[in-house]
Design a protein around this ligand. Structure first.
Ligand code: ATP
Ligand code: PAF
Length: 275
């Protein structure tokens, strides 16, 4: 046991995905692919008499984190700091859940393994309805391809063996929960097509091409996101939409070359790291 533990969890932009439902939340999840980001969430956990969760010094309630703390029977103070907006397609709720699981285990001496903690965080996200594949992707890092859905005991992960500078521009939030409820079927056929394209040619360029096709086919593009993606294409760059937020991401200097003023970071090769 220790008084305090701090971990960094990379953000994660999903480019495309499919939905797999299952009564067992450790088997439910998504296939798909995305980018783990050097912009992420730093989560500090301290033992406390009462439970409290803060993001950037503001008290927040995030169901996935509550579920993780319930599973670990933990009264702790979770103090998170993030470069990324919540609810905008960067997997912040997954990062909070995974960071809380890994750091709480250390602080309270729960002696669970990494896969056990990833399973708890993944199941919590699935049950909260805020994510299906972010947690397993964030635990792996890099440019993960989720070939099979679910937590670490059930899924199969591969990756695009590459790295990239990433630019992004966020306009607004999109509720993961409501999009998943309303668009299931349409997403799955577009997601399967995108995955088979990427598996045939697992490169960054295919990833972003497949992601753009998915966003279009699943009819998730908002007018301003579509305009920005077209502007990036017109200047020879590659961009798509982050699932699920009103957010555009581009490889390299795609957005700045098109005259926008984006945030920038890079893909993050590792998963969760103790600080
Ligand atoms: N101010 C806030 N804005 C957005 N969400 C909030 C806020 N405060 C608490 N929440 C909770 O945080 C969670 C956000 O989950 P959501 O899955 O939409 O975001 P994300 O993980 O950042 O993005 P995504 O899953 O699309 O990559 C929800 O449970 C929501 O209820
Ligand atoms: C559902 C999702 C797009 C929400 O960010 C993500 O968790 C994923 O790729 O499964």
């Amino acid at each position: 046991m220790t008084d305090e533990a701090t971990v960094f969890v990379p953000g994660h932009i999903t480019g495309f995905f499919t939905i797999s439902e299952d009564d067992d939340p450790t088997k439910a999840g998504s296939q798909g692919a995305g980018l783990a980001l050097s912009d992420g969430v730093t989560v500090t956990v301290q033992a406390a008499d009462e439970r409290a969760v803060y993001l950037d010094d503001t008290s927040i309630e995030v169901e996935s984190v509550e579920r993780v703390l319930d599973a670990l029977n933990a009264n702790v103070l979770v103090d998170a700091e993030s470069d990324l907006p919540l609810g905008a397609g960067f997997g912040v709720s997954g990062a909070l859940a995974l960071g809380a699981a890994i750091a709480t285990n250390r602080v309270l001496g729960r002696a669970l393994s990494e896969n056990e903690l990833i399973t708890i965080a993944h199941g919590a996200e699935v049950q909260a309805g805020t994510g299906l594949g972010d947690v397993v992707a964030q635990a792996k890092g890099g440019i993960p391809i989720r070939l099979e859905p679910g937590g670490p005991q059930h899924n199969t992960l591969d990756a695009v063996p590459s790295r990239a500078r990433v630019e992004y521009l966020n306009y607004d939030e999109l509720s993961t929960e409501s999009v998943l409820d309303e668009r299931g079927e349409q997403l799955n056929s577009a997601g399967e097509k995108a995955l088979s394209l990427l598996v045939q040619e697992p490169t960054l360029s295919s990833f972003i091409y497949a992601s753009r096709g998915f966003a279009r086919e699943a009819e998730l593009l908002t007018p301003r996101v579509a305009t920005v993606i077209d502007d990036v294409s017109d200047t020879g760059g590659q961009a798509s939409m982050a699932m699920l937020g009103e957010t555009v991401f581009a490889l390299g200097t795609g957005l700045s070359d098109a005259g926008y003023e984006p945030e920038s970071c890079s893909t993050y090769p590792a998963g969760v790291v103790f600080q």
